[in-house]
Design a protein around this ligand. Structure first.
Ligand SMILES: Cc1ncc(C[n+]2csc(CCOP(=O)(O)OP(=O)(O)O)c2C)c(N)n1
Length: 275
């Protein structure tokens, strides 16, 4: 774990991640991008990359590095922006989704050295995380941790709960799941599509240490993600889909959307005001 945490610096980093996500989305023209669920991730990724994870600037070479799996792969824009800020990604964000660019709509291990696993098909990342955590332990690596970010809608997938059960069974104390709990999924409110509550109690019943925190508070995230537990740890991060842009916040239609010139200007103005 890194020793330094500066709340203001992390907040500024989160704002820059949001600006990059807006730029990438606007560059897609009428095709748009997964902006809502990228904006909800900004503080989570800022805290992980800046203050919590040991990252390997040269990709996956450092065996002691912490591993991050963005299981909700459609949040890739926020991941690329955070990686770029921390020097883990050298590509130009402006190439996002262009033909031939390594920065595809979902992160690809084959084209980006800092990506641990390819994702995009929801429900798979936590199982990958369990395997990775077990592998590290069997290699005698006691320090590296595995972080897996899942969406709350993604938790509809049965494979998430199979992975949760096996993580506890195999004693994966080096595994941390983060639920981006923004209460919305593709087609509406999570509780209407497939009720998840009571989330914390469910994870606890599956044998995890469960915390529920404000997922936009850098300090709360830092404290929770720095915690070591003798069980797998899940941090249920209460977030807002579209966070930081007033006309997007809490509106499911911004899951995957294009930005008009006026909307882009307004959104940038609002994020810049928070810098
Ligand atoms: C297996 C699978 N089914 C469907 C999709 C299409 N899809 C992409 S995002 C999404 C909604 C996910 O909701 P949530 O996990 O809550 O993400 P967030 O709201 O944070 O963006 C769906 C259904 C997919 N990527 N993978």
């Amino acid at each position: 774990m890194k020793a330094s945490f500066d709340e203001k610096e992390v907040q500024r980093l989160a704002a820059r991640i949001r600006l990059d996500c807006l730029n990438m989305t606007y560059a897609q023209g009428t095709e748009g991008a997964h902006i809502g669920g990228a904006l909800s991730l900004a503080e989570i990724l800022a805290v992980l990359y800046h203050s919590v994870m040991r990252v390997s600037p040269d990709g996956r070479r450092d065996e002691q590095r912490d591993r991050l799996i963005l299981s909700k792969g459609h949040g890739a824009m926020a991941l690329y922006a955070a990686m770029k800020e921390e020097g883990v990604l050298q590509e130009e964000l402006a190439t996002y989704k262009n033909d031939g660019s390594p920065l595809s709509a979902h992160p690809s291990r084959a084209s980006i050295p800092g990506v641990e696993f390819s994702s995009g098909s929801l429900g798979q990342g936590l199982s990958l995380g369990v395997g990775c955590a077990l592998g590290l332990r069997r290699k005698g690596n006691q320090d590296a941790r595995v972080f897996v970010i899942v969406g709350d809608g993604e938790c509809d997938e049965g494979a998430i709960w199979e992975a949760a059960q096996s993580a506890a069974h195999f004693g994966c104390r080096n595994l941390v799941a983060i639920v981006d709990h923004n209460r919305l999924q593709y087609d509406g409110p999570t509780e209407q599509v497939m009720a998840l509550a009571p989330q914390r109690e469910k994870w606890e019943a599956f044998g995890w240490k469960a915390l529920q925190i404000d997922g936009h508070s850098a300090e709360a995230l830092y404290e929770a993600l720095s915690m070591r537990s003798n069980r797998p740890l899940v941090v249920i991060a209460d977030t807002v889909k579209g966070k930081g842009v007033s006309f997007m916040e809490g509106h499911p239609e911004w899951h995957n959307h294009a930005l008009s010139a006026e909307e882009f200007a307004q959104a940038v103005k609002e994020i810049e005001a928070s810098l």
